[in-house]
Structure formats: C-alpha cells, structure tokens
Design a protein around this ligand. Structure first.
Ligand code: ACM
Length: 765
C-alpha cells in the first residue's frame, strides 16, 4: 500500500461516502464499444480509490488473469494500487458462475457500495472486466480517484468468433507491436488473432529443424516502391526481413492467453510459398532455384505435392503446434496457381495414381493430407475458400474471403465458416475517398460499410446459419510499412467489426456507434495509437431524381456546421449547408465541418462534369453486384466521375461476370457528337476493362438492329476512358452494350472466374 498524506486520506474518506441523492444516468452516458446487450442505467458513482480492494479466489488462474489485468491497468493509468482487503467496505469482486449464461457471458453491477463482475467462465469475466475498464477510461478522474457510474449490465456475444488478422509476411512488425495489437483486440472484446506468418515475400516464424527458413526465407533482397499497378515497377534496393523466434512466439501466445485471445497461426500452403521454396527449392516442382518475392501478387512457384514436401510441412506444423495451443491451425489454401502442376510429370502421374480429375482435385488431395495429419494431432484446419474447389476436406472450417458464396456453400455442406468477405472485412482497402489518403491496395471500405455488415447471409436457413461462427477483419500489409500505418488502417474499422460480431444485428445503430466512437478515438490517441478519424470528414451524396441532380453534404458525427463553396463563389461568403443544392452546371463544390468556428475533419470536394446525359433516366439490364453499386444505376449519369483508384466508391458500378447493357433516355431528340465511357482495369483485383463497346443512338427504346462498334486495343491500369465518336447523330435513346471481358486466364489472380466489369459515368457530349 502506498503512503498517502493525511489530507488526501481525509479526502478519500469523504469521497467514498455513499450519496443520499445520487444523480441518475442516461444509457448514453455509458459509451461502451461494443454496445452491451442490456444496460440498466443506475444513479450515482462508485468511488474507486486506493482504499478499494479487489476480492477474488486467488487459487483460480482464470480469475487471476482478469484480476491482474485490472490491477495493472489501474496502477499504470490511474496510479491506483488496489488494496488486498478493505476496511471501508469499498470493494470490487470478481467471480465465475458457470450457470450465468453462455461461455463469454458476464454481468457487471456497479453500485455506490461496490462492483461485482460475474463471468460464466474466465473468458466472460475478462470481457466484463473490459467493460469496467472502458467505463473507467471515460471518467476524467483525479489523481487516485475514479468515479465510475453505477450501472447493471448483462451481456454476451452474438458470435463466438470475433477476429482480426495481421499479415506479417509482406511487412514485418516487432513483438512489441504484436502485443499492442492484441491488447487493442482485447479492449474491444475480440477473441481471435489470426497471425499470417508465411508469405511469398517472407517467412516469419523460427522453425528449428529448418534453419534456412531463418537464413534465407525470412529476407528479401528489395521491395517494390509505390503501387503494383504503377508501371514500370521500381524497387528500393534494400534487404528487408526478420522473423519471430520461438521464445518470442511463446511470449506472445502467453500474452494473448492472459487476455483470452486465441492466436490462430497461418502456415500458407500449397501457394504463397515462394519464400520457403527459396530456402528449400527441392520442395518445388521445377528443379529451378527461387528467390524470395520482392513484389506483391500471386506467384506461380508453389509446393509440389511430393512426399518430401509433406514431410517438411508436417515437421514445420509439428513445431507450430508445440507453440500454439489453438484448436485451429490455418493452412492457407488460397491463390494457388496450377501451372507448375500441369507441367509436372510427377503431378500428372500422381493425379492418375490417385484417380483425381484435375489439378483442383490435386489441391484438395494436398489439403486433405495436411488435414489428416493435423486431425491426428487433435487439431482442426481453417482454409481460405479456395479449399472448396476439388472437394472440401472433411473437417475443415472455411474462411470466406472472395465474397460470401464460399461460406454459403460450405455452411450448406455442414462446415463451419468464418466470414471475411473483401467487400466488408478487408481493412487494407481505402477507408476514405479523400485524395490525401495514404497509398492503399485499392477498393473502398468506409467505416459505415463495415458497420453495416451482418455475417449471416440471407441464403442460409436457421440450421445452416449456426455454422457461421463469426467474422474477421483482414489486414494485408503490402502497403503498410509501419505499425502506425497498420493502426491507421485497422482502427477504427476493427471497432465497427467488434460491434458487428459482439452486439449483433438487433443492437446495432450507426449514429449511436459514431457518438460513442468519439471518446474511444480520443482514448486510442492518448494511448499512442494512430487511428483514422473519419467522424468529421465531410461526405457528399449526389441524388439523381426525375431529371435533376441534387447535392448533399454531411458528416458521420452529425455535429457542427458544414460550410460550402463552389468554384465561382468568393471564399469569404461560404454559406452553411441547410438543404440539398440543385446542380445544373459543371464546377467544383467543397464542404468543410466547423465546430465552434474551427474547421475540423477533412474537407470534401466534388466535381461535376456537366453533359447532355446528366440527370437522364436510364434502364440497365443486368444489375451490378450489391456490394459495388452503392450509388445506384443513376450514378452512371449524375455528372460525377468516380475515383481513379477506388473502384468501390459510390460512382462505380461493378458487374461480376456480366455484361453492361443500358438504355439512356435523353428526354428529347438530341444531337450527340461523342460518348465517353470510363472503365476500371485492375487485373490484380480481378477487374478487366472490356474488349469492345457497342452503341446506337435511336428514336426508339426498342432494341436496335444495327450497332456502332468500338474495339478497345489499349488498356491502362486503374480508371481508363474510351471515347466513341458518333458525328452529330440525333436521337433520344442511347443504347449501350458492353460485353464482359469473360473468364480470367490461367496464371492470373482469380483465374477461371468471370471477370469483374466496372463502369463509371457515361458522358454524352
Ligand atoms: C486472400 O486475400 N488471398 C485470402
């Protein structure tokens, strides 16, 4: 017990008195993320001070984790050392009562006299302790005193798997950061950390039996500079790498255990294995030597399904199992090009010998052998959804990343599923369409979209839905060189996913989340975390209804005043935005949030390129995919161009394997000189600009007999424009037919799947 001067003791004694007329609280006073299932607001405060004692069963290790975490937190952040026993009766009690609900359930009762946290298990108790700590962080506090608002909370998670992933292969992060990341997951009641430990660009875990994994596979000669789509590729010329020793891994596993987080290690196979092949080329199919990859993407170099490869992998996995107690071991399984297996006499013989149909069944054979091995050691595999191709291994859990369809199929086959669709769970995508955003892989996944996710697809019946264990945010680090950048990309989107997976569909409320988020962002910043802060950033919404275009400014905080200007206005007279603006000309409009007269958050500009089709009615035959059509079909004729590199924004429409067919009604007979199309070309993201465009201007909306055709010879990466001259033709209806590129060729990312066709504004000039 610390020494306290008499005056402070007197103050503490007085302040721990129970108030006769406690102030009642509102539900909104408890700014917890994720929001609990049930909160009953109380009145008054519990005075947490150095006379407060912590009571728990010292013999119970599961309880001790929560007790130690709470003690350390208060000591380090509030300079309060909890007493062993209390004369004042002011105490915090921790207990486990298995009858009180599902495994992670807890109740937290705070009265003026005491705090009781009761977990259904050690896990539940820890989650409840986190709720208490979150409430503690939200009180301004004086030295040696925190007033914690009285409350009764009953809580349990909607999903049992609430995870975050981190790719340490593309960039490597120190143990201190891994612990910080785990702490942050724990603070938001997540319970799984998927540690992606091996990649083409680096092998990051010490395997004692194979020292060349440390000497060779852990280092690459140099790294790509800029975006993969920037041509020609340039490199930094600097050796890069590192790995975690087994001692470090043990330390991290223990650290996670004390926070009730299970670490799921991923050892990628049979693809994404070029670093391992650089160290042990005999495990490949070609007899060639390999180097550790220095740029991103999917590589043809994959493990050969030879006996010596299985022996290697089993030895590696044995060391991995000795380090990680997790029931699940992730074995990758994604993006394995079959080229080398097709050209290998050994693989072709094996296909015949095993009675397999093709290379997909060979991949399935590969995964099943690994599954057999891991099952024989009492472990289960998780694989990316490609492991469905060629037949799913009998006991596998599927991580559905290429949308939800793999997860749906697996659940229908009776397999467990973790949802991680790129559309809602890829935190390497851009989160803002602001031009100053740091370089990212592409896509567009704002906070609101993450928050809107529900991991159970409508296609599943109640029985099948039980196989959806939960969801996970993925953090691929090609474009994240530093831990600060990882933090910026992962937070606060991880907080949105924490609420999606803990609180569930019925509790969600985005506005409520945003207002609670404000205090959490401040806390994160105070803790030295570098979260993005999108709350006051201005958002623009363009509505295209009955022939006219309207512009709206807003921010997610729904706070402050947004002032706007357009390129023709003098800067001194920026009016406050109060109602939608009608747009009928080209120009740039800019909005900025002001709070108490000060600009906060990022401004947003929107440029209108007026044309004869702006605001027109249109019909489209095939619908875009739900996840890539947020602006509706009207986005094609709203006068606004989509981002050059964020095809997921509201302006782009994405058609999965389908053609783009439209009729634009110009309202009256109109003379047209040219039509300018915008397409997106990003083969790395499975997006292909089309090979041709067909158009006809006509007086009728009946399908035309004759088309004008434009062949597209040259495709440039990201957004590209194609102009079709029509030489002053007249007509009211512009018919458009843009055939999809078709099936993605072998060797490319997404090989064998229908290409995505992304279309933006169709400008009629
Ligand atoms: C993945 O993003 N390749 C699983």
């Amino acid at each position: 017990m610390k020494y306290f001067p008499p005056l402070i003791c007197l103050f503490l004694l007085l302040s721990s008195c129970v108030s006769e007329n406690p102030v009642p609280h509102k539900i909104s006073d408890y700014q917890l993320i994720p929001i609990p299932q049930n909160i009953k607001a109380g009145a008054g405060y519990f005075q947490l001070n150095p006379t407060t004692s912590l009571t728990f069963d010292q013999q119970n290790e599961e309880i001790a984790y929560s007790a130690n975490y709470l003690k350390d937190y208060l000591q380090n952040n509030n300079q309060i050392q909890l007493a062993q026993s209390s004369k004042s009766g002011n105490q915090i009690s921790l207990a486990i009562d298995p009858a009180s609900g599902p495994e992670e359930a807890y109740t937290l009762t705070i009265t003026q006299k005491g705090i009781l946290i009761k977990g259904a298990s050690g896990q539940g108790l820890f989650r409840g302790t986190i709720s208490l700590i979150q409430l503690i962080t939200q009180q301004s506090g004086q030295e040696n005193l925190v007033e914690v608002p009285c409350v009764h909370i009953e809580d349990a998670p909607a999903f049992s798997y609430r995870g975050m992933h981190l790719d340490v292969g593309r960039h490597f992060f120190p143990v201190s950061f891994i612990k910080k990341y785990i702490d942050l997951l724990a603070f938001y009641k997540m319970n799984r950390f998927h540690w992606h430990l091996t990649e083409d660009q680096g092998w990051r875990i010490e395997i004692k039996q194979y020292p060349k994994l440390q000497e060779i596979a852990a280092y690459r000669n140099e790294t790509l500079i800029g975006h993969y789509s920037d041509q020609p590729h340039q490199f930094d010329g600097q050796k890069y790498g590192g790995y975690y020793t087994q001692e470090e891994v043990k330390e991290v596993v223990q650290y996670a255990k004390e926070r009730f987080i299970t670490i799921i290690p991923e050892i990628e196979l049979p693809g994404h294995s070029r670093a391992a092949l650089a160290a042990y080329p005999e495990l490949g199919c070609t007899g060639a030597t390999y180097d550790v990859a220095t740029k991103w993407g999917v590589f043809l170099e994959v493990y050969c399904p030879k006996e010596e490869t299985f022996e290697f992998l089993q030895n590696v996995l044995s060391e991995v199992m000795a380090l990680f107690p997790s029931k699940y071991i992730h074995i990758g399984g994604d993006e394995c090009p079959k080229e080398q297996w097709k050209n290998s006499a050994f693989c072709q013989d094996l296909i015949k010998k095993e009675g397999l149909k093709d290379e997909h069944e060979l991949q399935s054979y590969f995964i099943k052998r690994i599954e057999n091995f891991l099952n024989s050691k009492g472990r289960q595999i998780i694989g990316w959804d490609e492991i469905l191709e060629g037949g799913l291994a009998p006991n596998a859990t599927v991580m559905s990343w290429r949308g939800e369809s793999g997860g749906i199929e697996a659940a229908k086959q009776g397999h467990d599923v973790i949802m991680t669709p790129t559309s809602h769970c890829y935190f390497d995508y851009y989160q803002s369409d602001h031009p100053d955003e740091p370089l990212a892989i592409g896509g567009f996944l704002p906070l609101e979209k993450v928050y809107g996710y529900h991991p159970i697809p409508d296609e599943l019946n109640a029985e099948e839905a039980k196989h959806i264990l939960g969801a996970q945010g993925n953090v691929w680090t090609e474009y994240m060189k530093t831990s600060q950048q990882v933090e910026y990309m992962a937070f606060p989107r991880a907080l949105a996913l924490a609420e999606v997976t803990w609180s569930g569909k019925d509790k969600k409320d985005f506005q409520g989340f945003c207002s609670r988020l404000a205090i959490h962002l401040r806390w994160l910043q105070n803790k030295g975390v570098n979260p993005a802060n999108p709350l006051y950033d201005v958002k623009t919404t363009v509505k295209n209804s009955s022939g006219s275009i309207h512009l709206q400014f807003s921010n997610q905080a729904q706070d402050g005043i947004i002032r706007y200007k357009n390129s023709e206005m003098a800067s001194s007279d920026d009016p406050a935005f109060t109602e939608d603006l009608t747009i009928d000309k080209s120009g740039t409009w800019t909005g900025q949030t002001f709070v108490n007269g000060e600009a906060v958050g990022k401004p947003q500009s929107i440029q209108f390129d007026w044309h004869q089709g702006a605001g027109a009615k249109l019909e489209i035959k095939n619908q875009p995919a739900n996840k890539y059509g947020a602006g509706g079909k009207e986005a094609l004729v709203n006068g606004v161009l989509g981002s050059n590199d964020r095809y997921g924004d509201k302006e782009w429409l994405g058609f999965e394997g389908k053609d783009f067919e439209a009729i634009i009604d110009l309202g009256k007979k109109t003379e047209v000189n040219s039509v300018v199309f915008r397409f997106y070309h990003g083969p790395g993201q499975w997006i292909y600009a089309p090979n041709k465009i067909k158009i006809t201007l006509s007086d009728s909306d009946d399908p035309p007999n004759v088309w004008q055709e434009k062949i597209i010879n040259k495709k440039t990466r990201k957004a590209m424009e194609v102009k079709v001259e029509v030489d002053s033709q007249e007509g009211q209806y512009l018919h458009i037919l843009v055939p999809n590129f078709g099936i993605i060729p072998e060797g490319a990312q997404g090989a064998g799947h229908g290409a995505w066709l992304f279309v933006d504004e169709v400008r009629v000039l």
